[in-house]
Design a protein around this ligand. Structure first.
Ligand SMILES: C[S@@+](CC[C@H](N)C(=O)[O-])C[C@H]1O[C@@H](n2cnc3c(N)ncnc32)[C@H](O)[C@@H]1O
Length: 263
């Protein structure tokens, strides 16, 4: 058996921590199409941590898109694999030892949340290419980061050719300004939030728009977030259209909008 690719890191996790990403996944047209058209609807949750709770939550949410989705939680830490198998004996989710090589599986969707965050930035490209090479045709990867209770999140969606988009998501009641999410940017971007870099320009523009639409705050922070998105779009930012009714503050841009300069 080949050793899992990667390194053991802290196993911090928590119930419902990844709900905003799960909600986005089940509503994303691209993710839904990938799942619904897959010959084998296999989803891998890579690096689920000390408890398998977020894997079980992902399974129940993603099966609203397609009931026959198979979910496998992979961990690089063998003790966490044993613990997950014991904790989830009666659930229809499998757990196994694996790393970025995905343990020989060819999933249509991989979620790797709060995994690469603990790696050096220069490990990201190799991890991405190791995973993308294992995807099923049309497969997708979500590489993301969030705070302890999942109020502030950021993730990159990748397909077989590389990164597709960046999404920032939050509880609009829990922020003072959009750039509060900077601390939870995915590893590939977090060190690039400095003047002159595209991600910094996006966050600065979002802060400016957020301040400009302060009047919408009387209708609540969700309406203010929506007004901020409208202003950004009016100012030429290529935002993905938001869903009509959304409890989360979500902002998605094509990867090219924020891609850091190549080393
Ligand atoms: C901080 S926990 C994240 C848990 C969960 N995904 C969450 O966001 O709540 C990170 C986990 O990733 C695991 N990990 C790190 N590198 C990995 C790799 N290359 N393959 C599989 N698991 C990995 C660590 O062992 C750790 O348990």
């Amino acid at each position: 058996m080949v050793a899992p690719v990667g390194q053991l890191t802290r196993g911090t996790t928590g119930h419902n921590r990844l709900r905003r990403c799960d909600r986005w996944l089940v509503h994303s047209p691209r993710v839904r199409t990938a799942l619904q058209s897959a010959a084998d609807p296999l989803v891998v949750d890579l690096g689920y941590g000390a408890l398998p709770v977020t894997t079980l939550e992902l399974a129940s949410r993603i099966r609203t898109v397609r009931t026959d989705v198979r979910v496998i939680g992979l961990e690089i830490d063998p003790q966490r694999v044993s613990a997950a198998r014991a904790a989830a004996q009666n659930d229809s989710v499998d757990f196994g030892l694996g790393g970025f090589e995905l343990a020989g599986h060819h999933p249509v969707l991989v979620r790797a949340f709060n995994v690469l965050r603990q790696y050096p930035e220069d490990a990201v490209a190799a991890a991405w290419s190791t995973m993308t090479a294992r995807l099923a045709p049309g497969g997708l990867i979500v590489d993301g980061t969030c705070d302890e209770i999942g109020r502030r999140c950021g993730w990159v969606l990748l397909d077989g050719n590389g990164p597709v988009s960046l999404t920032l998501a939050c509880d609009p009641f829990a922020i003072e300004r959009p750039s509060d999410l900077a601390e939870r940017l995915p590893k590939i971007l977090i060190h690039h939030n400095v003047s002159g870099q595209p991600i910094n320009a996006l966050l600065a523009a979002a802060d400016h728009a957020w301040a400009s639409v302060v009047g919408h705050g009387v209708f609540g922070p969700r309406e203010r977030w929506r007004a901020m998105l409208n202003m950004l779009r009016d100012n030429g930012w290529p935002l993905e259209p938001p869903r009509r009714r959304m409890r989360d503050g979500v902002l998605t841009v094509p990867w090219a909008t924020v891609a850091p300069p190549r080393p």
